[in-house]
Design a protein around this ligand. Sequence first.
Ligand code: IMP
Length: 458
Amino acid sequence: MAPPAIDRSTNASVGRGPNFPGSGTAVVGLQWGDEGKGKVIDLLAGSFRAVVRYNGGANAGHSVVIDGKRHALHLIPSGAFHQGVMAVIGNGVVLDPDMLFVELDRLADAGIRSLDLAVSDRAHVVLPWHKAEDAAREIALAAITDGSGSGGSIGTTRRGIGPAYADKAHRAEAIRVGDLLRPASLRTKIAHVSARKEAMLRALDPSGAAAASLPAAAKMTDDLIRSGERLRPFVTDTMYLLHHMLNQGHNLLFEGANATLLDVDHGTFPFVTSSNCSVLGISTGTGVPGERLSRVIGVMKAYCTRVGGGPFPTEQDNDAGNRIRERGREYGTTTGRPRRCGWLDLVALRYAVMLNGVTGIALMLLDVLSGFEEVKVCKAYRLQGKTTDRFLPDAEALAEVEPIFETLEGWEAEISGCRSRDALPAAARAYVDFIEQAAGVPVDIVSVGPDREQTIRG
Ligand code: IMP
């Protein structure tokens, strides 16, 4: 049965609904991203009224399987393809309209036209100068440090994320989705800002190539006005929309993009992204306060990976790491870069569980560890001769720690056909129990393969 229509108008009832208020569930990555949040969201989304993105932009990447076909998405929330589920892009997202349209067009080509989408009028827009600045800064940083081409750079996705959030903080030069709907003032603003952006790009890249890559201000404005017209039917005050849904008794699923250890405040700064990708970003990124969250599902891999620069205490730049990369197909969805791979870091895991208020864990890619004679887990760090079980959310400090590993028995058998915890080999079961104990919260979901059915619940 189709769910009741949601009133998107600004007159929709607001305030605390006392009788049957809905609640929020958050799905958040506990490591450095790419934990498999897309699969977890796809498993759960059918029982929610909306899936809500609250942070990041087209730096995130997930693939969803619709009618047997795999689609790579960056901005559209995964899980939005279940009947009756609205896709909401909250105010905390930085939106690249062209990327969104590419996704919508690809989906339309695949015959998927019925996406119920709402976009916040307060989401910030990623503009061509943000992408040019992102790339120019990365190149400049790499050259300054050691000239090797990677030394000082953050290793961003070059999708303009950092510069777009910087403009949000600068305020005067930022463009929000709502601005795209006001052509006259948009034209004046772009004309003023583009001159300053060009000068800034010339300073960053004296060759002039970055500045020359920008479209002329008039053309950029025309393009943005067209984008605004295409977006107009979806644009609304999503904060009111979400509260209205909650007060009608609907449940919402908040989809974290990127992941906890990339959180700009709580991650391995400065090797982080520019938003609050932990659960803490939900309040600011949607306007829904934390008290409306009843469940936080932390998604983790059975090992660790990282893309881009920054410290990674349990990294295995050796046969073990290569084996994890090949078995786990650890190559980026957004950039195709090979991911750095390593053993599970329980210090980082406990930190992420604490920070997010995780109520249950989804343990992904356990099948990738099949065939290892033994598996290692990092139980603590050694720092300046002392043992610590504290995570250090600062790149320079974390780069100094040495992981203290415990070795556990591995398992030979393939487990992708297992459908219960009891069916797992004893060593794999012990590994799950070990994680549960270390994290202090239950493992609610164990994933043993990419397909929906390859899942152990409870
Ligand atoms: P940015 O978000 O493009 O500025 O990149 C900053 C850092 O975050 C880089 O190391 C990226 O590789 C990393 N990053 C951003 N988004 C993701 C993601 O969704 N998965 C994994 N890494 C990410």
